[in-house]
Design a protein around this ligand. Structure first.
Ligand SMILES: Cc1cc2nc3c(=O)[nH]c(=O)nc-3n(C[C@H](O)[C@H](O)[C@H](O)COP(=O)(O)OP(=O)(O)OC[C@H]3O[C@@H](n4cnc5c(N)ncnc54)[C@H](O)[C@@H]3O)c2cc1C
Length: 289
């Protein structure tokens, strides 16, 4: 059974049927967008190579004073921020690039680690409740119409009401009013400019405020004033693990949980490899028949 990390109905049904599961740490954050030309220049330099090497990527990480790890994930060169919610009344971001990596903006998830101690209790499915809380807050902060809440990096870092007003003036809440000299965000159906701190845990806001300027020292312009942050990113991995024994069987005989939803993978390759490992165990067991 490889149902992915968003099959919340299935996780709940399995739990009620007595399948053993445990909590699992995961991550929360936002998508951050910058001009692809800025990333190219930072990675390649300003020479001719920049236009010949194709859209550049990056990977950044930082350890915050509060002990939280912060990292970029699923960087999409020349890409788009897209909606990835699986439930009504939730907003979730993700990212993708088309084959030509041709959009003017680069995006990446900017994630802070979420620990099981952050969950409200020790119920195995509490991580899902945690995800849902912030996905619902993002829906509300986005205007309750499936736009995503967004804020410019400068306004986020200043974190004051006046910064929010500047942001609203610059971006406008009714599209399309973004002045031409501002980056045009790619999320559809659009964004609502607001305070992202209203739909993120305090520890994540604190960590991002500390890390962004540091990341800007590693990749010039990463903390630029008009970078666009869109929230919330909650589905980089599963918040629950379906327990398996050494033969990769779940707590019910003949039941093989696999892939990202079972909590043993994060991303296409590791999910595929986990599927192969489970298939090998099944072959081993039933070969003699
Ligand atoms: C927009 C986007 C971009 C991504 N980009 C990348 C990337 O560039 N690189 C990368 O490594 N990863 C990326 N990922 C993550 C990657 O897609 C997942 O890590 C991977 O697909 C997990 O594989 P999986 O087989 O475990 O689960 P999934 O691919 O989620 O498959 C689960 C399947 O189970 C089905 N299912 C669920 N419930 C039931 C049910 N009750 N009955 C029957 N079927 C059911 C679902 O419909 C789905 O087809 C991206 C994800 C998204 C959303």
């Amino acid at each position: 059974m490889a149902v992915g990390h968003s099959a919340r109905d299935t996780f709940r049904n399995l739990y009620q049927s007595g399948v053993e599961m445990s909590q699992k740490p995961f991550s929360i954050g936002v998508r951050i967008e910058h001009p692809q030309s800025m990333i190219n220049e930072s990675q390649y330099g300003s020479g001719r190579e920049s236009s010949e090497l194709g859209a550049a990527d990056y990977k950044l990480s930082y350890r915050c004073k509060n002990g939280r790890g912060l990292y970029t994930f699923c960087m999409c060169p020349g890409g788009y921020v897209i909606g990835a919610a699986s439930h009504a009344g939730h907003v979730v971001t993700n990212g993708m690039s088309y084959h030509d990596r041709g959009s003017a903006l680069a995006n990446s998830a900017l994630l802070v680690d979420v620990r099981t101690e952050d969950f409200s209790d020790d119920h195995p499915l509490s991580g899902i409740d945690f995800q849902e809380k912030y996905e619902k807050l993002a829906f509300q902060a986005g205007g309750s119409d499936y736009r995503a809440p967004a804020q410019r990096v400068g306004a986020f870092l200043r974190g004051t009401d006046s910064a929010l007003k500047e942001d609203l003036k610059a971006g406008g809440n009714a599209e399309p009013q973004v002045p031409e000299d501002h980056l045009q965000q790619t999320y559809r159906p659009g964004v609502h400019w607001t305070e992202l701190s209203s739909c993120l845990p305090d520890f994540a806001v604190e960590a991002m405020k500390e890390a962004l300027p540091q990341m800007g020292r590693k990749l010039k312009g990463f903390d630029r004033e008009d970078g666009i942050m869109t929230g919330v990113e909650t589905r980089s991995s599963s918040p629950v693990r379906i327990n398996r024994d050494e033969t990769l069987t779940g707590s019910i005989q003949g039941f093989y949980p696999a892939g990202e939803g079972a909590g043993y993978a994060g991303g296409i390759m590791s999910a595929a490899v986990d599927g192969i490992k489970v298939a090998e165990e099944i072959i081993k067991k039933y070969r003699s028949f």
